[in-house]
Design a protein. Structure first.
Length: 136
RNA sequence: GGCGUUGGUUAAACGGUCGCGGUGCGGGCCCGCAAGGGCACUGCAUCGAGGAAAGUCCGGGCUGCAUAGAGCAAGGUGCCAGAUAACAUCUGGGGGGCGAGAGUCCACGGACAGUGCAACAGAGAACAGUCCGCCAGCGGCUCGUCGCAAGGCGAGUGCGGGCAAGGGUGAAACGGUGCGGUAAGAGCGCACCGCGUCGGUGGCAACACGCGACGGCACGGCAAACCCCACCUGCAGCAAGGCUAAAUAGGGGGAGCAUGGCGCGGCUCGCGUCUUCCCCGGGUUGGCUGCUUGAGGCCGACGGUGACGUCGGUCCCAGAGGAAUGACCGUUCACGACAAAACCCGGCUUAUCGACUGACCCGGGCG
């Protein structure tokens, strides 16, 4: 599968990018995860992870979840609309094994692909954020 | 043979594809006259979590601040000797407990400096004490008996008296065993054991001794109770600390705007203020650095019982920053535990599926 890359600019890194998604996005819920979907500021889909210690106290469990999510996202980034996503684990996440978690992630991202493309509902967020594509 | 003891190594393996982070050599794009710089673009090569990375319990390095010396307070350590940068760690040794043994466990200085504490039980818990008990010589009292009587004898009482062996209580009760001794007893005497003091011998020392002399012989326990003694410790931590671009709001200084506008004023001077440029200093949000070559790993020689040290050779072995090791396919097996760096080391403690291996102990068989 060539072309299914996951470069750095496909990540949400700054707190204000997360805030923008949380303010304007809609929520897709899976069994183990919640995904906030908002209109993308870039041409391609981007994702950020909000994995706290609340539901996953052990460091290696948080790593595992992020890796599974990254892999699932990477496999279908090409097919995604230009959206920004924030993924969070839910309360049930510690009950799943890696197969179940991966299945849930795949289904969740497929729904993002099939679902409605979020319109940049208000004028406020996308425009200023869109201007930060220049390298710093 | 052992569900014996004690160390060490390892942490599924191999191939392919895709993906992520660092470094090196190229390519591309952007900024710049250039030197050069930047990039969350890209090709190739190469490297990329742990034995505990963990808990953050100790000890150091490093960094900033503080600091004449000494003392006090507070905290820590606590058999001896050594190792080490240092330690609460490690090594060797001593003592004590446990074990048949290999081994293993121990905050293991001081209770004649002082103040305290000891529940319950028990008579009694620290200049001892007598509940049951033992004794029957002596003083009482009662009864019986003998006697003319004084009184004798016997029994009882256990009031006075002697005793601390035995019973009983307790975590702990003021040496143990035996013999003598006695009314009964007791280090009361003796022997042996134990103990104390002084000396001797061995050992660097802790300490040891089937060594000698003296002493009948308690000097009890708790110091993870206060305390005393000896030794150690300045405080904070990589969000330490250093450097710095930019935007916005705004502070200080200087210059300019040909004799400028506005305010105070009747006018001039003057002062304040507005506007432009330059310089300086601080806060916010970022960036860079600190950031990995180190008390370093491996191999060998030598010294040492050992921890470890010295010398030589060789290797470079994560440096992220919302945080890199994963996914898929194939093959194999014992079907894979605990758990992931965040400035770096040395330890301790705790978690852990297994696999391999060294040394030693016990029992049995054969030679």
């Amino acid at each position: 599968m060539p072309g299914t890359r996951f470069p750095r600019h496909a990540r949400l890194l700054l707190p204000r990018e997360f805030d923008a998604v949380f303010q304007s996005g809609r929520r897709e819920r899976g069994r183990f995860f919640v995904c906030v979907v908002a209109a993308g500021a870039c041409a391609r889909a981007r994702i950020g992870f909000a994995v706290g210690k609340k539901h996953l106290p052990a460091a290696h469990d948080r790593n595992l979840v992020k890796r599974l999510a990254r892999e699932s996202f990477r496999a279908r980034r090409e097919r995604m609309p230009a959206v920004d996503l924030v993924l969070s684990p839910g309360r049930e996440v510690s009950r799943g094994d890696r197969v179940l978690l991966r299945r849930d992630l795949d289904a969740l991202f497929d729904r993002v692909i099939a679902g409605p493309i979020p319109v940049s509902a208000s004028v406020r967020t996308p425009t200023p954020v869109g201007g930060e594509e220049s390298p710093r």
